[in-house]
Ligand binder design. Structure first.
Ligand SMILES: Nc1ncnc2c1ncn2[C@@H]1O[C@H](COP(=O)(O)OP(=O)(O)OP(=O)(O)O)[C@@H](O)[C@H]1O
Ligand SMILES: [Mg+2]
Length: 322
């Protein structure tokens, strides 16, 4: 077995909650609460879950745009959490991010050319002619024309803007791309085009993706494996086919029952979950899902189920499988 490109162990992130007149810390939000996973080279890991479950926090920690509270992030065997800030800046050449809202993440006052040139300058491409050539190449790579370089972000459609966001991420030849809901803001018809582009680029450049989405439908075709998050935890992770055809965790079953996914047999009766997602500032004891779980058992309220391999390559955190 070769070593995974990325391996995350026991990663946690808490945000302090300040309150009162003196602004003292009165609590903490456990946004990511002890997650572990790996991504092999050339693979796509999908990460799904409802709003607020900790997906973006996870993605941002991988680039150390947010500092982890605890845990390790190994990239090609090297623990990123141990790097100095300047070594981490260099490392960002290898790990790039594509954001949900390309409009918010592209500087409106800069031409596309300038936007794409910036990462090249940051990562030490000193020769101006070489940068110009690379910008032209990047535009073509994502299906735009070189004359688009003279335009500003507002002159593009949403799908084109996301192509620019992808071009910017590719500029310095990264190995891993963290794509945080890259198609969620786009029309359904445009989503497929951008997903196809990302798949083509992956093949062409041997890229590895962490692909974050709300919805199990979006990640199905692009992901080799999928992890399901709930309240800061990964509750289930398996290869895509297994996860969609025979989910183990009751939360995954509920998510799957809520979205119609073409050519998936697992289309059971719709499971309506009771109650709301608990607050990550005050997470329940035991299993984070127990208060809403249709299959809840006695121990679920007090004992946290371990995230473990229940079948080869299939991980779940649920007392049903102990
Ligand atoms: N800077 C911050 N300060 C305090 N709390 C935060 C901060 N960033 C995120 N959180 C909280 O951490 C939790 C996880 O947020 P995160 O953005 O990672 O979720 P998400 O799964 O990406 O959600 P969405 O689907 O809405 O993008 C949420 O409860 C959120 O309110
Ligand atoms: Mg998010």
């Amino acid at each position: 077995m070769t070593e995974p490109l990325l391996k995350v162990t026991n990663l946690k992130k808490s945000f302090p909650i300040h309150g009162g007149l003196l602004g003292r810390q009165v609590g903490e939000v456990k946004a990511v609460n002890d997650i572990s996973f790996f991504i092999n080279k050339g693979e796509t890991l999908g990460l799904v879950g409802e709003s607020g479950c900790g997906k973006s926090t996870t993605g941002r920690m991988l680039l150390r745009l947010l500092e982890p509270t605890e845990g390790q992030i190994f990239f090609e065997g090297q623990d990123l959490t141990k790097l100095s800030n300047s070594d981490m800046r260099k490392m960002r050449k290898e790990i790039q991010m594509v954001f949900q809202d390309p409009f918010a993440s592209l500087n409106p006052r800069h031409t596309v050319e300038k936007i794409l040139e910036e990462p090249l300058i940051v990562h030490g491409v000193k020769d101006k002619a070489a940068r110009k050539k690379r910008v032209k190449e990047l535009l073509e790579t994502v299906g735009l024309n070189s004359y688009h370089g003279k335009r500003y972000p507002h002159q593009f459609s949403g799908g084109q803007r996301q192509r620019i966001g992808i071009a910017r991420a590719l500029a310095v030849h990264p190995k891993l791309i963290v794509a945080d809901e890259p198609v969620s803001a786009l029309d359904v018809s445009i989503q497929a085009q951008v997903l196809n582009l990302m798949q083509d680029l992956q093949k062409e450049f041997g890229l590895t993706y962490l692909f974050i989405a709300h919805d199990l439908g979006v990640v199905r075709h692009i992901s080799d494996r999928v992890g399901v998050m709930y309240l800061g935890h990964i509750v289930e992770l398996a290869d895509s086919e297994t996860l969609y055809e025979s989910p183990k965790h009751p939360y995954t079953e509920a998510l799957l029952s809520a979205v119609p996914i073409p050519d998936v047999d697992y289309q059971k009766e719709r499971i309506i979950l009771q109650g709301d997602v608990p607050s990550p500032a005050n997470p329940p004891a035991g299993c984070p899902f127990h208060a809403r779980c249709p299959k809840v058992m006695e121990q679920c309220a007090s004992i946290r189920p371990e995230f473990k391999e229940v079948e080869p390559g299939h991980y779940a955190a649920c007392h049903l499988y102990e």
